[in-house]
Design a protein around this ligand. Structure first.
Ligand code: SF4
Length: 344
């Protein structure tokens, strides 16, 4: 089965990247939204708080052409109606706090608006989180929607426990056959979530449906999208290929590879859509590994004794002793390589 969330098709073999707005919608300017899109994000979700229907409508409009918006409803039917009326491509309901009384209205509206519904269960929100209780919820809610001939459904079942999440996803994926949104919940900070989420996703991608993923991280959207992108890119599940490598730094380092890596990423995401890139960038703190890495990268920088050298396609092009001038040289090299490769 497939589901359609705006212009994103779930179930066609491609795995969509999803993240969630961490702040109220009004906090995001257009350049920030564009950057999330450029980083490879396919869908964004927000939790409805004090936004009016008009606020949501305006926000959905601003995101047109970037990504569809999914509204997360906390047991409030008015929020569900406003979100669907405002043009959200999907709503997420949690059976633990969204009773069946209002489902009729929601199903008719979703049909009317061609919107999708995600039935998303978090085991932490259930009084009884046994496998049978989870399946009973899905049986009841999916059964209801199917009885209304509504099948534009996405399912998710999350927990903070790696093994439990993996087991439940396998079961739910096999039993119902609907597109699956996969991830952990309450997964922790960047390091904890990157490791734990990757374990779950890698296990499931081999043996269950994985149609859209989210790395839940106690951090900003950038970390979530970068982790998801790198996971899919490393597995060869993306058509694009934007790769950043950098040395881990040591006492020999003549450059802060972490800071330069972030600078490069910011420059790329502010100016280019990752979907159109095939680019490998290497940032090396000194020539020990730097010169060799430069040969295999589109763009490389290697720092030594206060001098920054920039390599393009393995050839040493420019060097400077100024960190600011270096940033300009590096940005120009990235731009020229991307535009040169795209034939522009
Ligand atoms: S490339 Fe140089 S600075 Fe970086 S880890 Fe290796 S020796 Fe250290």
């Amino acid at each position: 089965m497939i589901a359609r969330v705006g212009d994103v098709v779930l179930g066609d073999g491609r795995i969509a990247i999803q993240s969630m707005f961490k702040r109220p919608l009004r906090a995001y300017d257009d350049s920030h939204l564009r950057r999330l899109r450029n980083m490879g994000c396919d869908m964004m979700r927000f939790s409805v708080s004090d936004e009016s229907e008009e606020d949501i409508r305006r926000f959905v409009k601003r995101c047109e052409g970037l990504f569809p918006i999914i509204s997360d409803i906390q047991g409030n039917v008015r929020q569900a109606v406003s979100s669907l009326d405002a043009g959200c491509a999907a709503i997420r309901i949690n059976p633990a706090n969204f009773g069946m009384n209002d489902l009729d209205l929601i199903a008719s509206l979703a049909i009317d608006k061609s919107a999708a519904i995600r039935i998303g269960i978090n085991s932490g929100s259930l009084k009884d989180a046994s496998t049978q209780a989870v399946l009973d919820y899905f049986d009841k809610y999916i059964g209801f929607f199917e009885s209304r001939n509504f099948r534009n459904l996405v399912l998710s079942v999350k927990s903070s426990d790696v093994m439990k999440t993996a087991d439940l996803n396998k079961l739910v994926s096999e039993r119902y056959g609907y597109p699956m949104h996969v991830g952990l919940t309450e997964a922790g900070g960047v390091c904890a979530s990157a490791v734990r989420s990757t374990l779950v996703l890698h296990d499931l991608i081999e043996c269950a449906r994985v149609d859209t993923i989210r790395y839940s991280i106690s951090s900003d959207e950038r970390s979530e999208i970068r982790c998801a992108y790198e996971f899919l890119r490393t597995l060869g599940r993306r058509n694009d290929d934007f790769q950043m490598i950098s040395c881990p730094m040591c006492a020999r380092a003549g450059a802060d590879t972490q800071a330069f890596g972030e600078f490069v990423e910011d420059f790329v995401f502010d100016n280019f859509d990752i979907r159109e890139l095939n680019l490998k960038i290497a940032v090396m703190g000194c020539p020990v590994n730097g010169v060799r890495e430069a040969e295999g990268a589109d763009i490389a920088v290697c720092a030594s004794k206060g001098e920054y050298a920039v390599f393009v396609a393995g050839e040493r092009r420019e060097s400077t002793h100024s960190a600011d001038v270096f940033k300009d040289l590096f940005a120009a090299a990235v731009r020229s390589r991307i535009i040169g490769k795209s034939g522009g």
